[in-house]
Design a protein around this ligand. Structure first.
Ligand code: PGA
Length: 254
């Protein structure tokens, strides 16, 4: 496991104006530049990526929220990993539940993961159950989702993939609340067991696992303190520079 905490902001479809995106990014970048134990990434809407890419830095990188699985071709509306690399993106979110809700399948996610690694970008593969049932059926769902979304990813490549565990019920304005840190701890152990089965134990421990879902400046410390949690994928709280900087400083202070 990497010693640096990886904190990724997912801005989703906001803000509306490029000037605001730049202003927020500049504030985050300024705070991130003094951190030594934290890696910061901001994933803006793709239309702002190139502009923010130009002012990004090793300590405050940019990432994309999606990519297509082919490098070029007649694909109206899609963006290729090569274009993202040219825009200076270092990371690409894949299979976010909001995209899966629009029809993205495990199979599509697996193709995207492989394509993104081609030009040397890091995929951030999102996984997570829709609900938690008392019988623990969600564990089976998670296992199947992980296996299918990583289909074809070789052992030699898997440590380059970042996994983001984002329980769907904990994401966004309709969330029923964030997960408890003990439930997160247990789930991360389970995810590593699944990865051990798919690859091996050593490989499973080399993979960075992030948590995402209603993360804010009040609960981030508890999540990051859980063993095995390598960082956070932050939605709403990453659009507010002050809140996001607080989360970064909490990560740095651990
Ligand atoms: P949230 O979103 O922090 O607003 O719950 C997280 C995500 O969707 O990545």
């Amino acid at each position: 496991m990497k010693s640096k905490k990886l904190i990724i902001g997912n801005w989703k479809m906001a803000p509306v104006k490029a000037a605001e995106a730049k202003k927020t990014f500049e504030k985050i970048k300024m705070a991130a530049s003094s951190l030594r134990k934290t890696e910061t990434v901001v994933c803006p809407p793709s239309v702002f990526l190139s502009e923010l890419g130009k002012i990004s830095s090793p300590k405050c990188a940019v990432g994309a929220q999606d990519a297509f699985w082919e490098m070029e071709g007649a694909r109206t509306g899609e963006v290729s990993p090569l274009m993202l690399r040219d825009a200076k993106a270092k990371y690409v979110i894949v299979g976010h539940s909001e995209r899966r809700a629009l029809g993205e399948t495990d199979e599509m996610a697996a193709k995207k993961v492989a394509a993104i690694m081609g030009p040397g970008l890091t995929p951030v593969l999102c996984i997570g159950e829709k609900n938690r049932d008392a019988e623990g059926e969600y564990y089976k769902f998670l296992e199947a989702q992980i296996a299918a979304s990583l289909k074809g990813v070789m052992k030699t490549e898997i440590s380059k993939v970042v996994l983001a565990y984002e329980p769907v019920w904990a994401i966004g304005a309709k969330a029923t609340g964030a997960i408890t840190s003990s439930a997160l701890f247990e789930t991360v152990i389970f995810i590593r067991k699944v990865l051990s089965k798919l690859y091996d134990k050593e490989t499973a421990f080399s993979i960075t696992i992030l948590y995402g879902g209603s993360v804010d400046e009040n609960n981030s410390g508890a999540f990051l303190a859980e063993q095995g949690v390598g960082g956070l994928l932050v939605g709403r709280s990453s659009l507010d520079a002050e809140k996001f900087v607080k989360i970064l400083k909490i990560a740095e202070g651990l």
